[in-house]
Design a protein around this ligand. Sequence first.
Ligand code: ZN
Length: 270
Amino acid sequence: MAPGGVVSARLLRRHGDPHEALDVLLSSGTVHRVRRGWYDLPDADSAVLSAVASGGVLTCVSALRFHGVWVPPSETIHARPARDSMNLAAGVQQCAMGRRFPAPVLAVDPVALSLRAASGCLSREYLTAAVDSAIESRQVTRRDLDRSLWWATGRAHEVLGRTDWAQSGTESLVRQRLRGLHLRVRTQVAIDGVGRVDLLVGDRLVIETDSAAHHSGVEAYREDRRRDLVLASLGYRVLRLSWEQVVLDWPAVVGAILRIVDAGEHRWAA
Ligand SMILES: [Zn+2]
């Protein structure tokens, strides 16, 4: 019950820990006081500590990253005030939150609440990717989101209305960007002997997106190569993209895709 290794006195009290226990832990050096009402355990996360030391808790994209949800790379620590005001440590930013955010008890906001916060900090494209990733990793359900987001920004509502079931944040980004170019893109298409492919552009251009979390280990590597071979023997073109390519090198990626499309190679020959 102490995400990030930082715990509030409010939570300790709620669980019935007498104050003497806290005194014992403090005097033995097991916990330290980060600031009034918040204590860190030996394994405390550095971003969480910075947020709490600033008078807040971790939220928004930083909390999503903490929970393993896909968010675009960023060094900034996103925090919201635990009470009224914050005294920001280096690298910490206070996110613009609407009203009616519950007062935090945990040092890291849960996923649904963090997505709601992120609707003010992320572009629509990145927010969609984060929502897709959170749903896919089963950290949040559509019902959680509906409950958490019903009073959120118009942007959040729009994103939730449009999200279809991408397997990862990276896949979600590619889908959105290619549809933005008016290409016909289908997601999670089943192909005989292969299984589901992430994206199919036109009839025969298969795009598989790797996220660092999903593809690790020898078995996944071998399975990907097996699929590639079957797809090639069936006449498909296959592009396998890393998240770094999608996020950091998109112009090169879209250039390659458009060259294939311009040559008509995304369609079966008439
Ligand atoms: Zn933020």
